[in-house]
Write a protein that binds this ligand. Structure first.
Ligand SMILES: [Fe+2]
Ligand SMILES: [Fe+2]
Length: 264
């Protein structure tokens, strides 16, 4: 059975079963199992951030590589982009693991979650996987990294800030090639639009159900995201149109930043 055909059920939702992890890792199925800290930039909280991010980058590597395995007939240029992405993501994992160890951390120190892998691999088209992983999760990560690098720097940790900046530069490219290829693929086959739209709805519904299980709502999550800010400049570099960026700002409750001339 193909690895993406294996299933797990979380709060009544069928998702792709977890990818393999070394025995030292505890895999969380609910947000409530993840480590939380009162001071979210304490020494332990910093290690947890790096540890969680390291696993997310591992997931990004696995998702890109799985796309290569599952869609062998995709255009060669797109396959090359996915292969380069997989290579970039492996560098991101290694850089974060190095930094984690420098700060006294270790693999398996905190629980990890594989939400991106579990949701993205439920999609049976490449366009939908790119829409979920690259255009949604990684674009969200660009927003997060845009804010986090400043936070680490303000705490005097220039090394981690630089690691995050290098990662951010690569993520812009991953989001950009996905945006371009989704447009091309949808133009060639309009039926893919429905596939992409259903995938985005599936992600939204899954998110809402899992958040509700943790006593939160999608509004709380959007607010948390909005507090960090939307990385408008890098989203532009990643080929989001002004209209798309305005829509994201509105969804994040940041309509004040939306102007007739385009996002600030
Ligand atoms: Fe990455
Ligand atoms: Fe990426």
């Amino acid at each position: 059975m193909s690895i993406t055909a294996r299933r797990k059920t979380v709060q009544g939702i069928q998702l792709c079963a977890d990818p393999a992890r070394e025995a030292c890792f505890h895999i969380a199925q609910h947000d409530s199992e993840m480590a939380v800290f009162e001071d979210n930039m304490s020494e332990a909280a910093r290690r947890e951030r790096l540890h969680r991010h390291m696993n997310n980058e591992m997931g990004a590597l696995e998702i890109a590589a799985q796309c290569l395995a599952d869609f062998p007939d995709a255009p060669w240029d797109l396959r090359m982009q996915l292969a380069r992405q997989a290579s970039d993501e492996s560098r991101h994992v290694a850089a974060l693991y190095r930094r984690l160890r420098q700060l006294g951390g270790r693999k398996g120190e905190f629980p990890i979650g594989n939400f991106e892998w579990a949701v993205t691999n439920m999609c049976d088209t490449l366009a939908a996987r790119l829409a979920i992983q690259n255009r949604t999760f990684e674009a969200g990560q660009m927003d997060l990294l845009g804010a986090l690098r400043k936070i680490w720097r303000s705490l005097g940790d220039e090394t981690t800030a630089e690691v995050l900046e290098h990662i951010l530069a690569d993520e812009i490219n991953h989001v950009r090639f996905a945006n371009r290829w989704i447009r091309t693929m949808v133009q060639e086959d309009r039926r893919l639009l429905l596939k992409v739209a259903s995938a985005i709805r599936f992600l939204a519904e899954t998110n809402a159900t899992l958040l509700a299980g943790a006593g939160a709502t999608t509004t709380d999550a959007a607010k948390k995201h909005a507090d960090l800010g939307i990385n408008v400049e890098d989203r532009r570099h990643a080929d989001f149109s002004d209209d798309e960026i305005n829509e994201i700002l509105k969804q994040a409750g940041m309509s004040a930043f939306v102007s007739a001339e385009g996002p600030a």
